[in-house]
Design a protein around this ligand. Structure first.
Ligand SMILES: Nc1ncnc2c1ncn2[C@@H]1O[C@H](COP(=O)(O)OP(=O)(O)OP(=O)(O)O)[C@@H](O)[C@H]1O
Length: 334
């Protein structure tokens, strides 16, 4: 079954446009002008139950607007949408019982009461039977290591402690689908890894579908085999991370350290017949970015004979770099 099935999903916002100057302000009073922003522009998304998918894009690409439609907060302007088999906006009451949501910046826990009291309130909201609640919560307390936090008010928790409690709260009712928005923002490496491990476990054990929105590509690398990339409201890539790297990874990066100073000009002259871009870190340190196709051996054959190379390091482009390049160049992937 499809957890998310969106066809030609579109959301437009009508925004008020003000005219400049005093006369403009006066005119605005009499006759307001509006313009339409197409935040999400006819996207098609199909996500199978049990998948873990990363949803990425630059600021303002339309990610939050999509998530708001998928969670029923916003009604789409047009298109068809079924999430867990429901129309999220029209069948909201039944629908929300089937999803969990964690927004890194916002809390779903009550600030001044103890964590366990928040959990109990959520148990009532979702009408979870006592036995099931105890068993499931017990398991999450164990994996997320939040036992000692249960009697603390949320406002006293550190960000990492709060995030672990947020995750437990969002999963108390065993939702089939979990929306995560920047779940590891501001967390240290160890806590990040614990949270990732936890997400992998619930995905495996409970088959929970996860849609992860983040600017942290390492989260996507650690968790998702599939990534959907949005740009100006349109999907520009939907596929595996491996394929993304293959198509967009480009060539390799070669770091060279020379025994003595060499000019950038000299290096460029020697390798003029190759698709290589040189960057200078210092007169003795250079980085050669090779386009796909040209090999490291081609590059070295132009240099090794009489260049005083002291050290050399070959690196693949990281996913982070690839994604940044796609954002910057804005080239849609075929
Ligand atoms: N309520 C609204 N009214 C008018 N315009 C809006 C509204 N919400 C979003 N927009 C506009 O829609 C576009 C997409 O915004 P959205 O918040 O979905 O992007 P995003 O990808 O989530 O960005 P970020 O990574 O910064 O959170 C932006 O141009 C934004 O200004």
């Amino acid at each position: 079954m499809l957890a998310i099935d969106a066809k030609e999903l579109t959301k437009e916002f009508k925004v008020y446009q003000s005219r400049p100057g005093l006369l403009g302000a006066f005119r605005d009073l009499l006759n307001r002008q509006y313009r339409t922003i197409r935040a999400v522009d006819g996207i098609n998304i199909e996500i199978e139950a049990g998948e873990m998918v990363g949803y990425i894009g630059e600021n303002g690409a339309g990610k939050s607007t999509t998530i708001k439609m998928l969670t029923g907060i916003l009604q789409p302007t047009s298109g068809e949408l079924k999430v867990n088999g429901f129309d999220p906006h029209k069948q909201r009451e039944q629908f929300v019982k089937t999803i969990g949501v964690v927004f890194g910046q916002r809390s779903q826990l009550w600030w001044d009461i103890a964590v366990q009291e928040s959990f109990r309130l959520l148990q009532k909201v979702y009408q979870i039977p006592d036995q099931e609640y105890k068993q499931h919560l017990g398991r999450m307390i164990e994996i997320l290591e939040i036992e000692k936090l249960l009697d603390q008010p949320v406002r006293k928790l550190s960000l990492g402690q709060r995030m672990r409690c947020e995750l437990a709260a969002s999963l108390l009712h065993k939702p089939k689908l979990l929306f995560l928005d920047e779940p590891t923002i501001g967390l240290d490496v160890l806590v990040k890894e614990n949270i990732r491990q936890f997400l992998r476990e619930i995905n495996k054990e409970l088959g929970t579908t996860i849609l992860l929105t983040t600017h942290d590509i390492s989260d996507i690398e650690a968790l998702c085999s599939r990534v959907i990339m949005l740009d100006k409201g349109k999907i520009i890539y939907d596929g595996s991370l491996t394929q993304l790297k293959k198509v967009w990874g480009g060539g390799r990066k070669v770091l060279l350290e020379m025994e003595k100073e060499i000019s950038l000009d000299e290096l460029q002259k020697r390798t003029a017949d190759l698709s290589v871009h040189w960057e200078s870190r210092s007169p003795r340190q250079y980085i050669a970015y090779l386009e796909q196709g040209d090999g490291v051996s081609d590059l070295l054959s132009r240099l090794v004979q009489d260049m005083p190379i002291m050290e050399m390091q070959i690196e693949e482009a990281t996913t982070e770099e690839i994604v940044r390049k796609i954002y910057q160049e804005g080239i849609p992937v075929a």
